[in-house]
Design a binder for this molecule. Structure first.
Ligand code: NAG
Ligand code: NAG
Length: 427
């Protein structure tokens, strides 16, 4: 039947589509914790009606619900309006929207990666599976190596080290996979002085953890969880803050790389590779396309292409004083950062934090004013009140740490520092 579409039919179809999609995502209220089954695994999104990022996530969330259901996954998918179900939101310590969490064996796992279907499905897969995955054959081992750029593997039987490995996995399963194997399934050419051992496979090679040299297992794994040199996105950069290392970044053109971009990229890559032993304890190395995210971090305009060192523990940064043309220049820059002869800039002192509030308010409002001046004007009133309130909170605590208070932030667009950083990626 050709011709005009039937609007009634269309809306009926649409209605059914919405209905069937929502069947895969349960709306959860305050009674959830009491009514859920004890062995159930849940992936839950907390949202607020006014939250734009939540609205953007909605179709993705329904897709995730329908895919997990149709693939027979153990994971139940739910969502909850945190402004209504405040008891549940408090139980899950929801502080920003949308908040994505998993509940398994009464442990709550917080997702902080990109809000994409792939990112969230991968998180659901990691957390719902065993904490430590057993690689029982060489084939499985090789298959896992093909799938994962970074693999942490425990080798040996039951031991205290295995207990430590498992407790690290409990904390870091939100971002990493953990494996165990016996010695006989390791690929050819992998040698181990003694058992038990913890190894990391990455960058086409492997390292063995040594408690004496490397310190405690937890911080070693946090330090080693990234490849030697790779493209860093804002989520990864944010996660790197945990490792305590500085990050040397080549900032490159967004699209086609000009000669200067290519030179910076290969310089940083070469230093990462050739001087790994000297610098990898203090630095991560990588490149990023465009300067937007780093602009937010340094609250200014960085030039692109360029090289920069950022300290994610205190939002500080370092820029070279002269041109960086050769490997020697770059090494001198790194040495200068380490010995303090290069000027430290930014940071999260009181003045910097005040500056950040102003900067982020401005960055939030500018596009609004450009798009719809009257709406922008209207919206200014609310953020200003919020800023006054957040200013108070801001001076009380460090902006980059999320603390564990039993408190729910139900405030509007002036999101927390952390969320702001993550959201920048979307731009
Ligand atoms: C396990 O962790 C504890 C506490 O961090 C530490 O004292 C102990 O040496 C670790 N054991 C092994 C075998 O790594
Ligand atoms: C990076 O920040 C941390 C935390 O403030 C600080 O301890 C460390 O010294 C800083 N590193 C450099 C090289 O400035």
């Amino acid at each position: 039947m050709a011709g005009r579409r039937n609007p009634a039919l269309l809306s009926a179809l649409l209605f059914m589509a919405v209905l069937s999609a929502s069947a895969f995502v349960e709306e959860l209220d305050d009674s959830f914790m009491a009514s859920k089954g004890s062995g159930e695994i849940w992936l839950i999104e907390f949202y607020a009606p006014w939250c734009l990022f939540c609205k953007k996530l909605d179709p993705v969330w329904h897709q995730i619900g329908s895919e997990l259901t149709s693939s027979g996954s153990m994971v139940n998918v739910g969502k909850s309006d945190a402004t209504v179900n405040t008891g549940l939101a408090k139980e899950f310590r929801v502080r920003t929207y949308p908040a994505i969490l998993m509940l398994k064996n009464n442990v709550k796992y917080n997702y902080a990666g990109p809000r994409t279907k792939d990112g969230i499905m991968d998180f659901a897969d990691r957390v719902s599976g065993p904490l430590v995955r057993v690689l029982s054959s060489l084939q499985l081992f090789q298959h896992a190596m093909r799938r994962h750029d970074i693999m942490f593997v425990y080798v040996g039987g039951t031991s205290e080290l295995k207990g430590n490995f498992t407790s690290v996995a409990e904390e870091l399963i939100v971002q990493l996979y953990f494996f165990s194997a016996t010695r006989d399934v390791l690929p050819k050419g992998v040698s181990l002085a003694s058992l038990p051992a913890v190894m990391v496979f990455k960058d086409g090679t492997y390292f063995t953890y040594n408690e004496e040299q490397d310190g405690d297992l937890n911080s070693w794994i946090k330090r080693e969880q990234f490849p030697n040199f790779f493209e860093i996105d804002s989520y990864t950069l944010y996660a790197m803050g945990d490792s305590g290392k500085l990050v040397l970044l080549a900032l490159l053109d967004v699209r086609r790389l000009c000669d200067k971009s290519l030179r910076y990229k290969s310089l940083v890559e070469k230093v990462a590779l050739d001087h790994k032993d000297t610098y990898s304890r203090s630095f991560h190395f990588g490149f990023m396309r465009g300067g937007d995210y780093v602009n937010g971090l340094v609250m200014g305009e960085v030039s692109v292409p360029s090289v920069i060192v950022v300290n994610l523990s205190n939002d500080g940064f370092f820029v070279p004083t002269g041109a960086v043309e050769t490997e020697r220049h770059l090494l001198d820059f790194l040495d200068g950062v380490l010995d303090g002869s290069i000027q430290f800039q930014g940071g999260n002192g009181v003045v910097q934090r005040a500056k950040r509030i102003v900067y982020e308010t401005r960055m939030t409002l500018t596009p609004l004013f450009t798009a719809a001046p009257w709406l922008g004007g209207f919206l200014v009133v609310f953020p200003l009140t919020a800023v006054a309130f957040f200013g108070y909170l801001f001076f009380k605590k460090t902006p980059t740490t999320v603390d564990d208070e039993d408190q729910v932030a139900l405030l509007g667009p002036s999101l927390q520092q952390n969320d702001k950083k993550k959201d920048k990626k979307k731009d």
